[in-house]
Design a protein around this ligand. Structure first.
Ligand code: ATP
Ligand code: MG
Length: 376
């Protein structure tokens, strides 16, 4: 990956600009960790970059940056800039460009994120970031309280990096978080959720949860139920336990999933009827939340004669034709009985047996209806 990144730097430099790899890639490279994408800082403006890379897109999350794909690797190329106040607005319409790398480094969040690599592969470490990588420390560039007051998202980024890299926060960073955490109310719930998702999906989840609690961020973030989250690998499972459906922005799909996971917990996720109703995934998350492994879930799943309605060999037309009924509540009841009986292995999933079975079910249904009308 580094060789391809150096090629991109050289393309920019050959055109008379400066460019350095910076941020997560350098940090991960020094820690021998895998990176997904590469950040580049340059004195070329987005317009100039668009000329160098005609396929570059500016449909980016923040202004003054372009992203390109080069050899299938994603590069985020950002023009040198100075620190801006993000407090009221995370996405400013204007960016104040800086003329040199040193100024651009000063506006970055943590020392470990500000180490650069030049076009020859040489490391430039203006803020002693490598020392902090070796000490496994998250330290802000400049005064921590000032840094967090300028951009409160950095608080969550600090917790995120401490979690994913298994680093500790410097004393100064911890203190500054305690002093500035009230500013988190200014940060949009979308951004909070995005950063929390990164913490929640870490293999080192428990550390993230402990940090959020120890620093009192759980209250600031409206996550009062954080202590109920234990050993949950599925992020949606964590949100299910947190019960913040009405507070954080969730997609319709996520809301539905959380609802079903809760219902599956109530119903017993190790029962074939529950697995059939909500599916394997929902039940596996439900079991994880209950602190139970899903060792038996696969056995149950594999032993189920059907997993969804379309596995059943008859369809609604067969039922309507055979019983001479119309669509309506009777049809729904009959379907429910069929599913239940197949899952309970009272009847086989075979057309002849099922047609016989539904005749029986239907006549009992009618008998019962008659009884109730007589009593009435
Ligand atoms: P990841 O591994 O998630 O990509 P990253 O450190 O590369 O981690 P990005 O969000 O890609 O993080 O940002 C790239 C770089 O931009 C960071 O390393 C940091 O130098 C700088 N940066 C990003 N967000 C901020 C911020 N809120 N405040 C200051 N600097 C930031
Ligand atoms: Mg990055």
């Amino acid at each position: 990956m580094l060789d391809i990144a150096l090629k991109v730097l050289n393309i920019i430099e050959e055109n008379g600009y400066e460019a350095y790899i910076v941020g997560g890639f350098v940090r991960d490279y020094l820690m021998k960790r895998k990176s997904n994408d590469i950040d580049i800082a340059t004195n070329a403006t987005p317009k100039q970059l668009m000329e160098l890379f005609p396929n570059a897109s500016t449909t980016n999350t923040f202004y003054g940056a372009v992203s390109i794909y080069y050899n299938a690797i994603k590069f985020e190329i950002t023009t040198y800039r100075v620190e801006q106040d993000y407090q009221d607005m995370r996405h400013p319409n204007t960016v104040i460009y800086a003329t040199n790398l040193a100024d651009d480094i000063k506006r970055r969040d943590f020392t470990i994120n500000a180490i650069c690599i030049d076009k020859n592969g040489k490391i430039h470490d203006l803020v002693n970031g490598y020392e902090d990588i070796k000490k496994r420390k998250i330290r802000t560039i400049g005064d921590a309280t000032v840094s967090f007051s300028k951009d409160v998202l950095r608080i969550l980024r600090a917790v995120r990096f401490a979690t994913t890299l298994d680093f500790s926060l410097t004393f100064e960073v911890e203190e500054a978080i305690r002093q500035t955490k009230y500013l988190l109310t200014n940060l949009s719930l979308e951004r909070k959720k995005e950063e929390l998702n990164k913490i929640f999906s870490s293999n080192n989840l428990q550390k993230g949860l402990d940090l959020l609690r120890d620093l009192g961020l759980d209250k600031e973030l409206g996550l009062q139920r954080l202590s109920f989250v234990k050993n949950i690998k599925q992020v949606i499972g964590i949100w299910t336990v947190l019960e913040v459906d009405d507070l954080y922005p969730f997609t319709r799909n996520e809301l539905q999933l959380m609802k079903e996971i809760r219902l599956a917990i109530k119903d017993n996720p190790l029962c074939s009827k529950t697995v059939y109703k909500y599916d394997l995934y929902v039940c596996s998350v439900a079991l994880e939340i209950m602190g139970l492994g899903n060792k038996y879930l696969m056995d149950i799943y594999e032993n189920m004669p059907i997993h969804k309605r379309s596995d059943i060999v008859i369809d609604s037309y067969d039922i309507i034709n055979s019983l001479k009924i119309e669509e309506g509540p009777d049809l729904s009841t009959i379907w429910e009985r069929i599913e239940e009986a197949i899952l309970n292995k009272e009847v086989e999933n075979n057309k002849k047996e099922l047609l016989l079975f539904i005749k029986n079910v239907y006549s009992k249904l009618k008998e019962r209806e008659n009884e109730t009308t007589t009593i009435d």
